[in-house]
Ligand binder design. Structure first.
Ligand SMILES: Cc1cc2nc3c(=O)[nH]c(=O)nc-3n(C[C@H](O)[C@H](O)[C@H](O)COP(=O)(O)OP(=O)(O)OC[C@H]3O[C@@H](n4cnc5c(N)ncnc54)[C@H](O)[C@@H]3O)c2cc1C
Ligand code: SF4
Length: 491
């Protein structure tokens, strides 16, 4: 299936494009670009020439499995991180983060879009949950998301999930009873039921390299977008900058096969992830004073809990339940909202005692953060290598984790807990957000609510760089929904 998906892609063999004037030139082929183009192709049937410039290669599912990695390009060779600063994870390759992601697809909560109005902290988004809701539905349909329709008590929805929820593991079944309306099966883009696109998830728990190809990615879920006859995909084409004429982008420059090229066009879309997107604006001399600032991701911590007499790991996917008991409320004026995810796997191994191997629980707590201007992306003295500074998250976020840890014994009271182990603060959540934020005011944001650049009106920026805040939810479903909306509103 995956290899069929790959064979039709245009390989990076096209010649320089100086004589072609494109309707759209897209930088990057990951989540944001893919969902934007999906919508654009439907909305603009007369557009005939679309160019996608992707720095990485097409690495098929088979290639990734055989090599045990998602890309032939090492992240460490693409960015510079000062000693002691936070590490970042991403994939350089056709499909971007759709390759390596774990398929977690919770929606952002209505309150996440109104954090400032409700709690006088952070920023309001320039759109509401209601504005994005139809696009959440569309993105969930495309990715065959499996989820619990009961979540609508917190996350209103206009249509059911396309797939039923995954089977909960034993501890989650207990907690769902104890916390009605607060504990749910985690929504995931890992198929509960086999479809014509691929097999059902079998809870293997290695989702960045899923052996059965049950998790949505470019190749098994949306290959038709880049195989559309109107679309030319250039691999190993590294965009190096933008050229401008008056207040328009007139061309992108890119390096391919050791040579520099230029592609001219009408509309430009930039979706190179939240590190390279601001970096390309900076390198092109079209950055504003805040471009690249506010780099962020959630703060995470893991805890292992020993259970007394309750066997775990009978759920049907890698992550079983999500609990929102510590999420919404007045505490958000002072400390972060947190979500608690219950994993259907055992990262530190099973228990050793005879017959009690499965009596443990792996918990993952995630806190929202408030973007800090002191965490930022900038150019460096090495060509093509951004410098990525992140000295730490806000106290708001770390205090949110501490609040959740203090509340954990009470939260877990419905379970037969033997002991709660020591806390492991996670180095990264593998999300990169916030360096070209959306907003209504050009004085404090890069793009408007349609993701159009405030100054260069033929430039659309997609991807998680446009997030003005950092809610607890994993970002990619929202990236996809925002990109679908941007494609829709372009009309
Ligand atoms: C291990 C891992 C697990 C994750 N799990 C989840 C999860 O479960 N749920 C979730 O919501 N999110 C998850 N994520 C995060 C998810 O991958 C990102 O949120 C998502 O990919 C962001 O989309 P994007 O469009 O901003 O960037 P990307 O999808 O990263 O796309 C950027 C694209 O731009 C290309 N590019 C970069 N520079 C250039 C250039 N100069 N020229 C041309 N092309 C360029 C890249 O190669 C890439 O294809 C995970 C990430 C990792 C690493
Ligand atoms: S849990 Fe296993 S089968 Fe399911 S998506 Fe992850 S790796 Fe694939």
């Amino acid at each position: 299936m995956a290899s069929q998906g790959c064979s039709g892609f245009v390989r990076g063999t096209m010649k320089a494009t100086k004589d072609i004037y494109y309707d759209v030139v897209i930088t990057g082929s990951g989540f944001g670009s893919l969902f934007f183009l999906h919508k654009y192709l439907r909305q603009f049937p007369t557009a005939k020439r679309i160019l996608v410039l992707e720095r990485g290669r097409l690495n098929s599912h088979g290639w990734q499995l055989s090599k045990g990695k998602n890309s032939d390009i090492d992240v460490a060779d693409t960015i510079a991180i000062p000693e002691g600063h936070k590490p970042w994870k991403f994939t350089i390759g056709l499909g971007g983060g759709t390759n390596c992601w774990w398929g977690m697809t919770p929606r952002m909560h209505p309150s996440d879009f109104e954090l400032y109005s409700r709690y006088s902290v952070g920023t309001d988004w320039p759109i509401s949950y209601a504005d994005l809701e139809p696009y959440y539905v569309e993105a969930e349909d495309i990715m065959s998301v499996s989820g619990d329709v009961g979540m609508e008590v917190m996350f209103p929805r206009s249509a059911p999930y396309p797939q039923p929820p995954h089977r909960l593991a034993a501890p989650d079944r207990v907690l769902k009873q104890a916390y009605p309306g607060r504990h749910f099966a985690v929504p995931v883009a890992r198929r509960r039921i086999a479809t014509s696109q691929g097999r059902a998830c079998c809870a293997h728990g290695n989702c960045n390299l899923c052996p059965v190809d049950a998790k949505f990615n470019l190749f098994n879920g949306m290959s038709e977008v880049y195989q559309d006859p109107r679309v030319s995909v250039m691999q190993e084409a590294e965009v190096t900058g933008f050229e401008t004429a008056d207040l328009n982008i007139s061309a992108v420059t890119y390096r391919q096969g050791g040579q520099m090229h230029r592609a001219r066009g009408e509309l430009f879309v930039l979706g190179a992830n939240a590190i390279f997107t601001p970096y390309l604006l900076q390198k092109s001399g079209i950055a504003s004073e805040f471009t690249g600032k506010g780099l962020n991701e959630q703060v995470g911590a893991e805890v292992e809990v020993l259970l007394d007499g309750l066997d775990n790991f009978d759920g049907s996917t890698a992550t079983s339940g999500i609990n929102y008991s510590l999420f919404e409320g007045e505490h958000r004026r002072d400390v972060a909202a947190t979500t608690v995810v219950f994993r259907n796997r055992w990262p530190n191994g099973l228990r050793h005692e005879y017959g009690r191997w499965r009596q443990l629980l792996s918990i993952w707590i995630t806190a929202e953060d408030l973007p800090q201007a002191g965490n930022y992306v900038s150019t460096s003295d090495r060509d093509g290598i951004p410098l990525v500074f992140h000295t730490g998250a806000s106290d708001y976020a770390s205090n949110g984790i501490k609040r959740a840890l203090s509340a954990l014994p009470e939260l877990l009271r419905p379970l037969p807990v033997e002991s709660i182990g020591k806390v492991n603060w996670r180095k990264t959540e593998s999300h990169i957000q916030g360096t070209t934020p959306m907003g209504n005011d050009p004085a404090s944001s890069e793009v408007d609510h349609r993701l159009i650049h405030h100054k260069y009106r033929n430039l659309v920026i997609v991807g998680s760089s446009v997030f003005p805040g950092c809610p607890t939810a994993n970002p990619s479903l929202t990236v996809a929904a925002l990109a679908l909306r941007a494609g829709d509103l372009l009309v």
